[in-house]
Design a protein around this ligand. Structure first.
Ligand code: CO
Length: 151
């Protein structure tokens, strides 16, 4: 009986460890500049990522109120509407609609020299789905947008 208990204890520990090892966080990075541009038009997430940590860096020097950048993710079908609604929400909410299911992930709004990151679950992303990331600062989504490819 004692032997049986130790076997199950060991099996439990092994399962717990493999559970931790299986949770994979993949890191992505992108930067925005004072010319209202991201440095990438495409980001890729591989299918075995459980979470994504996206880091946004503002490589420019302009103030957040003049050239603020963030990184907002939505389905491509939703993105223009989310960008328009975001502009309406104003600076206080970083131009991101709050409690809005169309927003799949977003960073805070930053100015020149700053960086920020967001970690989100990939469970809400479908393999092969059509996703667009963009900056929701008023007017920026026109030039600051790209595709998130989920393998
Ligand atoms: Co911007």
């Amino acid at each position: 009986m004692k032997r049986l208990i130790s076997f199950f204890t060991l099996a439990g520990i092994t399962l717990a460890f493999s559970g931790i090892a299986a949770a994979k966080t993949c890191e992505l990075s992108i930067s925005g500049n004072d010319q209202m541009q991201y440095n990438k038009s495409e980001l890729k997430v591989s299918g075995d990522c459980d979470k994504v940590k996206l880091t946004l860096q503002h490589s420019g020097s302009m103030d957040v109120g003049q050239m603020g950048h963030n990184w907002v993710l939505s389905k491509t079908a939703d993105f223009e509407a989310v960008a328009r609604d975001g502009q309406q929400t104003g600076r206080g909410s970083d131009y991101v609609p709050r409690n809005d299911d169309r927003v799949l992930a977003h960073t805070e709004l930053i100015g020149g020299g700053d960086s920020t990151s967001v970690t989100f679950d990939t469970a809400k992303l479908e393999s092969g789905g059509d996703y667009t990331f963009f900056c929701s600062f008023p007017g920026h989504f026109v030039s600051m947008q790209g595709k998130l490819i989920v393998a």
